[in-house]
Design a protein around this ligand. Structure first.
Ligand code: F6R
Length: 655
């Protein structure tokens, strides 16, 4: 695989790796390789045998292959496919089955012979599973073996469904899914309890026997596991690491998924930056100083020449002169991220000698008060991710709007809605006909323990969350006229297809942005949410802004990304740090508590069992401790943001 990579491969990496700026470019490059194989085989009147994966990762690849079929005449008539895995038990007609996925995203759109497509069968009787798995292996052999195997990587490091502990010699078999994998899939199945416990999967050995293997990974949520698979030891705990033993393997990743590799995270460990084609710019210096301070467990201003030398930062020392100089520069960079004025200073309350309106830097930095738009993907992300800052912005007199991008209905349990419906029924407020209908629904819930999956039920669930958001906004002082419930349609998609943005989503974002014309936008840059909703919401924002890019206010706007329930910015990525007092932390907690359906039994807590308010508090307190350990003032908690200028987020959010 040939691909651009921004730095020389490092001695830390044990597999060839191509880094592309975006997943789209990467997927297109892989599609070209596959097309070349298919055409070469066609010319030789032979079949091409592809090993295929499902999941969100290969979607762009399949879309490009379908486009090549339609527009460039790429024929799949000589292609035979074997999919890696299938849930068990599952019917092929189930929209969540991998058979259904493959039909929807590839097979139904190309001229492949249906009998040439193989997916493990999720319907065989338990007693026939072993024979079916043996037969699957035999069919691969009979087809001549796999020529080109596509893989994704799970957050457990799995390939196929070879979960941690799978042995190198494993073959196609039934496996029990890891709890993290099941939680990642819970969004598709409407809760963890509905997610299958088992799957049929090709084994590690089956995969390693393919003549060529390409593993794809996109997004920052894959960065740590990619690093472990590429730089770590070969271990059954991370089955993707077995690929290090294959002589025709390539990892193809986007910049975000490559972010944790040594060549990007700590490139000074590889030698002189100039030799690697890199520079000691502000960001790199800050990263190195924070890394060193944490490595030596010393405040930045206490680092010595010896600390720099011994940790391999001689290069930096040589450029800057002495530890004293580097320390001061690094310290002030961090100090200047801290502000109690997240919307900029009130000129009426500024005294001569006060620091400038740092860290805002856009043309509208001096405007006061500002129009501010806070985007909350789900109805609770605003308060979880930046509740303290939200209260502060309102208190400072800015015109604060909050837009809830999706309804959040999928995360309301049937029990919670049934309780609300019973209340309406008992209140006597419903007309007799409606009251009867409600009673019937509640009776069905009593009998079956669940409510039907109708559009109406989804709508009501959305309303439950809307009331929770209204209550939380009241705690934060945001006026209800400035709350916008966008209910973006992509979130409502219920077919087997993965959710994708559509024109209606983009138009809704555009309309909101044009109406508010914000000076500052706060959006969730938390891309580790298990279902990709945050990523799609951020892309909806980017696309909405692109549609308005000719407007002067867009060029003056600043975008600040916060993190929600799933992860925090690392200290070296933070551009604005807003310290909170103990009272502000408690107020934020009260706001988060308003989201009652998300407490205790929330459907999607992910692999972290803490409730959202606990994560929010732990995270912001830990960040305050991190700042303090670096030698900055001691605060109760800190909420953190990363800045993007318009030209950065309009071109392509590097996410
Ligand atoms: C899918 C498969 C899995 C996925 C992995 C990543 O057939 O075998 O190993 O490739 O779980 O899933 P996504 O791409 O959804 O992140």
């Amino acid at each position: 695989m040939t691909g651009p990579s921004t730095a020389a491969p490092s001695r830390f990496e044990h597999v060839p790796l191509a880094v592309f700026p975006t997943s789209t470019e990467a997927a297109h490059a892989v599609a070209r390789d596959i097309a070349a194989l298919i055409r070469t085989r066609q010319a030789a009147k032979r079949t091409a045998v592809l090993g295929l994966a499902t999941g969100s990762t290969p979607l762009g690849l399949y879309a490009e292959l379908v486009r090549m079929h339609r527009e460039e005449g790429l024929s799949f008539a000589n292609v035979v496919t074997f999919n890696l895995d299938e849930y068990y038990p599952i019917q092929p007609s189930n929209p969540r089955s991998y058979r259904h996925f493959m039909q929807a995203h590839l097979f139904d759109h190309v001229d492949i012979v249906p009998a040439n497509t193989h997916v493990p069968d999720g319907t065989v009787a338990m007693s026939g599973v072993d024979a079916h798995c043996r037969e699957y292996e035999e069919r691969i052999q009979a087809a001549g073996g796999i020529d080109f195997q596509i893989l994704g990587i799970g957050r457990t490091g799995h390939i196929g469904f070879n979960e941690p502990g799978s042995q190198r010699r494993s073959r196609t078999r039934m496996v029990t899914l890891d709890s993290l994998t099941r939680r990642d899939a819970a969004g598709d199945f409407g809760g963890e309890e509905n997610t299958p416990r088992h799957a049929l999967t090709m084994g590690v050995r089956t995969i390693l026997e393919a003549r060529r293997v390409v593993l794809l990974a996109w997004g920052q949520h894959k960065a740590e596991i990619v690093r472990a698979a590429v730089e770590g030891p070969v271990t059954p705990q991370i089955t993707a690491s077995f690929l290090q033993e294959h002589d025709q393997v390539h990892f193809v990743v986007d910049a975000a998924a490559a972010g944790a590799l040594t060549r990007y995270r700590t490139p000074w460990l590889l030698g002189s930056l100039a030799d690697l084609g890199l520079e000691w710019d502000r960001g790199m210096k800050r990263r190195a100083i924070i890394w060193l301070s944490q490595l030596r467990k010393k405040a930045i201003l206490k680092l010595t020449d010896d600390d720099y030398n011994e940790a391999g930062l001689q290069d930096l020392l040589r450029i800057e002169g002495s530890a004293y100089e580097v320390n001061l520069a690094g310290f002030y960079q961090l100090q200047h991220t801290i502000t109690g004025w997240p919307g900029g200073r009130d000129p009426g309350r500024t005294k001569p000698g006060d620091a400038p309106a740092r860290p805002l830097r856009g043309p509208s930095a001096g405007v006061f008060p500002k129009r501010i738009l806070v985007l909350s993907p789900h109805p609770d992300d605003d308060v979880i991710g930046m509740g303290g800052t939200l209260c502060r912005l309102v208190e400072h007199g800015h015109e604060v709007h909050v837009a809830y991008q999706v309804s959040g209905a999928n995360a309301v349990s049937d029990d919670a809605l049934a309780r609300a419906l019973r209340f309406v029924g008992d209140s006597g407020l419903a007309q007799p006909a409606e009251a009867e209908r409600l009673a019937a629904l509640c009776a069905a819930h009593d009998a079956e323990g669940s409510l039907p999956e109708t559009a109406e039920v989804q709508h009501w669930k959305g309303l439950v969350r809307r009331q929770e958001a209204l209550a939380a906004a009241r705690v934060c002082g945001v006026s209800s006229e400035r709350l916008h419930f966008l209910d973006l349609p992509f979130y409502r998609a219920t077919t087997g297809k993965r959710r994708q943005l559509g024109d209606a989503d983009r138009a809704a974002m555009r309309e909101l942005l044009a109406a508010v014309q914000p000076h500052l936008i706060y959006a969730a840059g938390d891309l580790d949410d298990p279902h990709g909703t945050h990523r799609l919401c951020l892309h909806a924002l980017r696309d909405g802004l692109k549609l308005l890019s000719a407007e002067a206010w867009v060029r003056d706007a600043e975008l600040w990304l916060y993190r929600g329930a799933w992860s925090e910015w690392s200290a070296d990525a933070i551009d604005m740090a807003v310290p909170l007092s103990p009272q502000e932390v408690l107020r934020r907690r009260r706001a988060i508590f308003c989201h009652e359906t998300q407490k205790d039994m929330a459907l999607f807590l992910g692999d972290d069992r803490r409730e959202f308010w606990q994560r929010s508090e732990d995270r912001s307190r830990r960040l305050a401790e991190t700042y303090n350990a670096l030698g900055l003032a001691e605060y109760e908690a800190i909420e953190a943001f990363k800045r993007y200028a318009p030209d950065e987020f309009l071109s392509d959010l590097p996410l």
